[in-house]
Write a new protein. Sequence first.
Length: 160
Amino acid sequence: MKKWILGISLVVVVIVIGFFVNVYFQAVKPLNSAEKTAISDAKQKANLVSTDQFYQYNGNHAYSVVVGKQKGGSKVAVWIPLDKKEKVTTIKWADGISKKVALNKLMEKKTPNKILGIRLGMKDDVPVWEISFLDKTKKLNYFYVDFLKTSNHSTLIENI
């Protein structure tokens, strides 16, 4: 009798694990598809030969951002709008600030309790680093830092 209970329990556990694995793969499928499409578009429109990073940004307009190297070896970031009527933006990586510098700009102005994510995006046609974080009261905040070194602008959207 104990062998039956153990056998049935094992089958149930395997089925439950299989179910959750399937749910996970179904959940990440759209993101993986978006990444493949964005990389393909970046290779075609910005002549990338390799890619390093991928970001999905959903602000007023949705963008996929691919960071990679072009044929000459120069590293670039490519903003690909979801709306195909909008233009693709390509900027040399050396002309922008790093993720670390963007995070330091946040730390100069705020004391976040927990950083949730840092991603490249496009806000009002300006390439930005978007930093999402929780403040001390556990409220969601967004901090935007212009990606281009020539700009020194940052915006905070608090308590969402």
